[in-house]
Ligand binder design. Structure first.
Ligand SMILES: Cc1ncc(COP(=O)(O)O)c(C=O)c1O
Length: 411
């Protein structure tokens, strides 16, 4: 029997405290506030409370919230062309691919919609490249301990933390792990069966841990020696966060493929894989694709982002603000040695490790509730600082000045 429309309408709605609380899947530990607006480095909740945002949508809104250049680019593009499919060329994706290729020195760009999809595409690219070369033994995707590459099955299989795997097995086979920053272990791990080595130049989710320059240089040398593809996952640490447009420029090591997402379009959903000439013919028509990948609005936003970067010495600003924030965090760690370890990170991707029995999560909650400061906890009990890259001196000083009182109330 068919149910009437009335019968399938949800029961009378309870008065909701938070938008969607009753029906949004509870797969996120959301804080109990509803954000209605963003302005620069601040977010505003439904009660009108303003928060200083040191999270930036998790390393996304590099230019801050509601940047006028992004808003205008999105509005103009939305009024012109929103979707044409990948059956055709269009100007925003074409221009963005040209710009990313020119700036990176890599040859071709594949667009998708998120970070995990970018890594998924890079993994498929590496396997298909080996297949096309007739190297049937070359199947293994090698990743690092502490890695995070996303939540789809392939990207998840390249993510080492067992916590993310639990209950989702069996994961795809052909993935292996080598200790992060251990050159000797990498030497024995890469061989003729390695299709690709994928690495975050600065690990984000595991608690802001930079690769050593020697480790990345060794990765380049070993991938060359054994014919494996070197993939840098710059989804969190790229797009200016370290003080260079690409993280690989900070380390002076050129990978064969770079995956990007997060900050690329300053908040619009987009992912990208930048691919060196030696691998760019691996994927042929029909091999891989996505309906929305490279659609005009996110591409227009990403182009606007690049133009804003070009208009000032953006990287110098990131380096200066990163030095200021890091210095302040180091002073806090020195003042409270029982609570914090020395900060880690590069540019405006910084982590302040919290010593047990103290919990980073408690500081995050208390900072938001009592001090209107938005922080985030990552990995093994670390406070992660990934603010908008446009953050200024006064905002950094303000966030640092809140710490003594935050500690007084929390400890
Ligand atoms: C290094 C890294 N790779 C991949 C991902 C997955 O990106 P997304 O959440 O856009 O799928 C993330 C997300 O945090 C990340 O930090």
């Amino acid at each position: 029997m068919f149910r009437t429309q009335a019968a399938i309408v949800a029961p009378a709605a309870a008065v909701e405290q938070l938008p969607g609380e009753a029906h949004l899947l509870q797969n996120y530990a959301r804080a109990p506030i509803a954000i209605v607006r963003g302005e620069g480095c601040e977010l505003v909740d439904a009660n009108g409370t303003r928060y200083l945002d040191m999270v930036a949508g998790i390393a996304v809104c590099a230019l801050g919230h509601a940047h006028s250049a992004i808003t205008e680019a999105v509005a103009t593009q939305a009024a012109t062309l929103v979707q044409a499919s990948n059956l055709f060329y269009h100007e925003p994706a074409g221009t963005l691919a040209n710009e990313l290729a020119r700036r990176s020195g890599l040859e071709r760009v594949f667009f998708c919609n998120s970070g995990t999809e970018a890594n998924e595409a890079a993994i498929k690219l590496a396997r298909k490249l080996a297949f096309r070369k007739g190297e049937t033994q070359r199947r293994t995707i090698l990743a690092c301990t502490g890695s995070f590459h996303g939540r789809t099955m392939g990207a998840l299989a390249a993510t080492e933390n067992p916590h993310y795997h639990e209950g989702f097995e069996p994961l795809p086979g052909g993935f292996a792990f080598t200790p992060f920053n251990d050159v000797a272990a990498l030497e024995s791990a890469i061989d003729e069966t390695t299709a690709a080595f994928i690495v975050e130049p600065v690990q984000g989710e595991s608690g802001v841990k930079p690769a050593s320059p020697e480790f990345l240089a060794a990765a380049r040398r070993l991938c060359d020696a054994h014919g494996a593809l070197l993939i840098f996952d710059e989804i969190q640490c790229g797009m200016g966060r370290l003080g260079t447009l690409f993280a690989f420029q900070t380390f002076g090591v050129r990978p064969d493929a770079v995956t990007m997402a997060k900050a690329l379009a300053n908040g619009l959903p987009i992912g990208a894989v930048l691919i060196d000439a030696k691998a760019s013919r691996a994927l042929q028509p029909g091999d891989h694709g996505t309906t929305f990948g490279g659609s005009p609005v996110p591409c227009a936003a990403a182009l606007a982002h690049l133009r804003v970067r070009d208009a000032s010495d953006f990287d110098a600003h990131v380096k200066a603000m990163g030095t200021l924030l890091r210095g302040g965090l180091a002073a806090i760690a020195e003042r409270y040695p029982d609570v914090f370890e020395a900060p880690r990170g590069i540019g405006l991707m910084l982590g302040l490790p919290v010593r047990p029995p103290h919990a980073a999560k408690i500081f995050v909650d208390r900072a938001r509730e009592s001090h209107q400061l938005l922080l985030n906890a990552a990995g093994d009990n670390t406070l992660r600082f990934v603010p908008p890259l446009v953050i200024d001196e006064a905002q950094i000083e303000k966030s640092l000045s809140l710490f003594p009182i935050l500690l007084k109330h929390t400890l």
